[in-house]
Design a protein around this ligand. Structure first.
Ligand code: ADP
Ligand code: GLC
Length: 487
């Protein structure tokens, strides 16, 4: 079994702010299924450590890095095949709030130090220096929080292969030059083609420059990030590494997201037997104090940030509510979106429901109980919610970007045997509204709607095939490393 260290800052169900958490549990699980010995490394956040202690897990190594006492806990999330390691460093990770921010929604002042230490531990484990009897052949890093691992490993020639996955290029992990000095990183790394980014330190550049291979989470996004429009200033660097860059579409955990067995639902249903989906809709309307009606129920679940196009939703909603649509929104994020959303919900009781916060169970019930799921993201590396919706017979309306273009097919340009949702190309609210209008028209034609639902529910969104692409990539890196060591 090939040993792989998979390093991530989020892991479902222990700690989650977005899709990274979902992928960090479902991809390692799928890779274990393909015969890899995947071991996941996660910061020891309070909830994760509490779960490990409760499970009777053990501390396996203890060491000091600078001023910090660090220990490694070995544990396992019930029902998963991979080993989980937690980096216990109370001074840096034993805090309330989410992995990156305090309870007021501000970034922790010492995030650079927190994820530098996390990276050092990752690199130590990768190179067999953490006092464990296990050493990986491959290290799989994810997003900027792990960006320094390839940097720390670079000087060693007999190192494992390194793969870096971009889940969202909008987050670079950028800090002032002073932080670069405080971290004691070698001066030689302060170059525009290494860690320097417009006079600042960029963690993600470490991953992009020093890894053997770079992946991102859909083929569409892999193309987009090489353009100035979507490259967040890193398109040039990514173009220069295009030989090493691949887009592999994310899969979803089809056990967690399964309308036939979902424990969050009172009624279960499957393809060709959608009667209970209508019951899920009524339950949802009752739960959220909406009028129980047959009209179209539209929904949105996600982070309330610019990326997700929440402002476009806010602009088109009044007209749709006027036309007797219902709208359910579950989200948390930036305060600037909350006031206009609250105002809409107050103005349209019975038709609009707003839940500010994070609620996994409600997310499942909304996905099942809605007719149309809206994802007007300005950019979307992959997006998981559209795949959850498709699997639940809820028709998505999406902006044709990144992973949304790769998974949602519009009857306007796809064969009726594959069309499963609606897309718009122009990045503005009129285009969104036009696509919703086309969806509503189709909704009123039972036959065409059933066809869309059926195509969505019939497709395979599991990791089974998609993990195979990682397998191929892993094998290619291993071969290259072997060759390198022979040379
Ligand atoms: P991103 O990672 O950019 O936020 P994804 O579509 O990949 O977008 O994944 C988002 C994940 O987070 C999904 O599993 C979604 O259901 C979940 N999610 C986002 N916001 C909430 C919320 N407020 N309550 C429950 N789940 C949420
Ligand atoms: C990021 C992206 C999202 C993707 C997720 C998992 O948070 O914004 O599109 O689905 O990572 O890869």
């Amino acid at each position: 079994m090939i040993p792989v260290l998979f390093v991530t800052s989020e892991l479902y169900p222990l700690v989650k702010t977005g899709g990274l958490a979902d992928v960090s549990s479902s991809l390692p699980e799928a890779l274990c299924g393909l015969g890899y010995d995947v071991q996941v490394l996660l910061p020891g956040y309070p909830d994760a450590l509490a779960a490990a202690r409760k499970a009777g897990s053990r501390r396996k190594a203890q060491f000091r890095i600078g001023q910090y006492e660090v220990s490694l806990w070995q544990t396992r999330v019930p029902g998963t095949a991979f080993t989980l390691w937690l980096v216990d460093c109370p001074l840096l990770f034993d805090r309330p709030g989410n992995p990156y921010q305090n309870e007021e929604g501000q970034d922790w002042w010492d995030n650079a130090h927190r994820f530098e230490l996390f990276g050092r531990v990752g690199a130590m484990m990768a190179m067999g220096e953490a006092g464990l009897s296990w050493t990986p052949d491959l290290v799989h890093c994810n997003d900027w929080q792990t960006g320094l691992i390839p940097v720390f490993m670079a000087p060693v020639s007999r190192r494992p292969g390194i793969i870096f996955t971009i889940h969202n290029l909008a987050y670079h992990g950028v800090f002032p030059h002073q932080t670069f000095q405080d971290l004691g990183l070698p001066e030689s790394l302060w170059r525009w083609d290494q860690l320097e980014f417009h006079g600042q330190l960029s963690f993600i550049k470490g991953g992009l420059v020093f890894s053997d291979r770079i992946t991102t989470v859909s083929p569409g996004y892999a193309r987009e990030i090489q353009t100035p429009e979507f490259g967040h200033g890193l398109d040039g660097l990514l173009r220069s590494r295009q030989e090493a860059l691949t887009g592999i579409l994310n899969g979803i955990d089809v056990r967690v997201w399964n309308p036939q067995e979902d424990p969050e639902l009172t009624f279960h249903y499957r393809r060709n037997h959608l009667k209970n989906k209508a019951r899920c809709k009524v339950s949802l309307q009752q739960e959220l104090c909406l009028d129980v009606s047959d009209g179209p129920l539209l929904s949105f679940i996600g982070r309330l940030v610019e990326q997700k196009g929440v402002d476009w939703l806010i602009s088109v909603m009044p007209e749709l509510l006027e036309r007797h649509c219902q709208f359910v929104l579950l989200g948390s994020g930036e305060a600037r979106y909350e006031a206009p959303l609250k105002q809409l919900a107050q103005q349209w009781p019975g038709q609009m429901s707003l839940t500010l916060g994070y609620d996994e169970g409600l997310a499942h019930r909304i996905t099942a109980g809605s007719d149309i799921f809206l994802m007007p993201s300005r950019f979307e590396p992959c997006g998981l919610n559209q795949m959850y919706s498709l699997r639940y017979g809820t028709v998505p309306v999406v902006h044709a970007v990144g992973g949304l273009s790769d998974t949602v097919h519009d009857p306007q340009d796809a064969d009726t045997s594959v069309a499963n949702g609606f897309r718009f190309s122009e990045a503005n609210e009129q285009s969104l509204l036009a696509a919703i209008n086309r969806a509503l028209e189709s909704y009123s034609n039972r036959q065409s709607w059933r066809r869309l639902q059926d195509n969505g529910m019939a497709a395979d969104y599991s990791w089974q095939q998609r993990a195979q692409s990682y397998d191929d990539l892993y094998q290619a890196i291993l071969k290259e490393r072997e060759q390198h060591q022979l040379d």
